[in-house]
Design a protein around this ligand. Structure first.
Ligand code: NAP
Length: 255
C-alpha cells in the first residue's frame, strides 16, 4: 500500500525481533514519529513493539526495496539480532537502491572476564567440534535454528533451551526447555546444578537479557563455548545503543 498523497514522508522502518528494536520503536513513538516494526515471524508469540507491526519476509532485496519505495520510508533502522545475517545484508542493499538512509544498530558483543574459561567457535559446526572434547552434559542456548550441527554428537547429553519447540535434526539425547529471557543468575545456577551441566554453549548475542548464564557458568567453574558473530555487511553507519539510533533517526529525517 502506498503512502497517501500529501503525506510529508513515510514511516521509519525498524527491522526488529530484538529488545533494542522495541526500544527504538517505543522512543520514536513517544516523539510522535510513525514507525513500522518488522518481524520475521519465526516466534509463535513474539513480544510486540508499540506502534505498527508487519510480520514476514519481504521477498529478498528487491521486495524490501519495493516496500521502502512504496511506503516512502523515511529511514531504515536495522536492529535485528547480530546473527541474523541475511536480512541485514538485504537491508544495506535495498536501502541503497531505494535511496533511503540506513543505520545498523548492533549491541556490543560479550567479553570474557576474570575467572571465565571461554572457547571461541567460528561457527555452530566448529562449536560442535569443541563440545566433543570439552563436555558431557551440555547447556545449549544457541537457539532453535541450526541444531542440526549438534545432531551427530552421541556421547553428550543436551539441555536445549529455546523460545519455541525445535524440529529435528537435533541431538537425540536431550531435554528441551522452552523459555525466554531475561533470566536471573539464581535461576541459571539452579538449572545448571539440577542438570549437572559441565559445559555452556552460546552465541555471542551480547546485551544484558541473557548474560546470567555466563555469570552462572563462571561461578560454577564451567567452561563456555562462545560462537563468534558472523561478519556483517559493511553498513555506512553503525551504532550500539537505541538512544544513538533515535538520535540518528531525528537527524536523518530532519526532525
Ligand atoms: P536471517 O537469516 O537474516 O533472515 C532470513 C530471512 O527472514 C530474511 O532473508 C528475511 O526474508 C526474513 N527476515 C528476517 N528478519 C526479518 C525481519 N525483522 N523482518 C522481516 N523479515 C525478516 O534472520 P534469522 O536469523 O532467521 O532471524 C530472524 C529474526 O529473528 C530477526 O528479525 C532477528 O532479529 C530475530 N532473532 C534472531 C536470532 C538469531 O540467533 N538468528 C536470535 C534472536 C532473534 P526476506 O528475504 O524474504 O525478506
Amino acid at each position: 500500500m502506498s503512502a497517501p498523497d500529501g503525506d510529508p514522508g513515510g514511516p521509519v522502518l525498524v527491522l526488529g525481533g530484538t529488545a533494542e528494536g522495541r526500544e527504538v520503536a517505543a522512543e520514536l513513538n513517544v516523539l510522535g514519529m510513525r514507525v513500522v516494526s518488522s518481524l520475521a515471524g519465526r516466534v509463535s508469540k513474539p513480544r510486540l513493539p508499540v506502534g505498527e507491526v508487519r510480520v514476514g519476509g519481504f521477498g529478498g532485496v528487491d521486495g524490501l526495496a519495493e516496500w521502502l519505495r512504496e511506503q516512502r520510508a523515511a529511514a531504515v533502522v536495522d536492529a535485528t539480532h547480530p546473527f541474523a545475517e541475511r536480512i541485514s545484508a538485504s537491508a544495506v542493499t535495498a536501502a541503497e537502491q531505494a535511496g533511503v538512509p540506513h543505520l545498523r544498530l548492533e549491541r556490543p558483543g560479550w567479553q570474557a572476564g576474570p575467572g571465565d574459561e571461554w572457547h571461541w567457535a567460528d561457527s555452530l559446526t566448529h562449536a560442535a567440534e569443541l563440545i566433543a572434547r570439552l563436555g558431557r552434559r551440555v547447556f545449549l542456548t544457541t537457539g532453535r535454528q541450526g541444531l542440526a550441527a549438534f545432531a551427530r554428537l552421541d556421547k553428550q547429553w543436551f539441555l536445549i533451551r529455546c523460545v519455541d519447540m525445535p524440529e529435528p535434526p537435533m541431538p537425540l539425547e536431550s531435554l528441551v526447555v522452552l523459555d525466554r529471557g531475561p533470566y536471573t543468575v539464581d535461576k541459571e545456577l539452579t538449572l545448571m546444578r539440577r542438570h549437572r551441566i559441565d559445559l555452556l554453549v552460546t552465541k555471542d548475542s551480547g546485551g544484558t537479557m541473557t548474560t546470567a548464564k555466563l555469570t552462572a557458568a563462571r561461578r560454577l567453574g564451567r567452561p563456555v563455548v562462545v560462537v563468534r558473530r558472523p561478519p556483517h555487511p559493511a553498513a555506512d553507519r553503525v551504532v550500539e545503543t537505541p538512544a544513538a539510533a533515535v538520535r540518528w533517526v531525528l537527524e536523518a529525517t530532519g526532525r
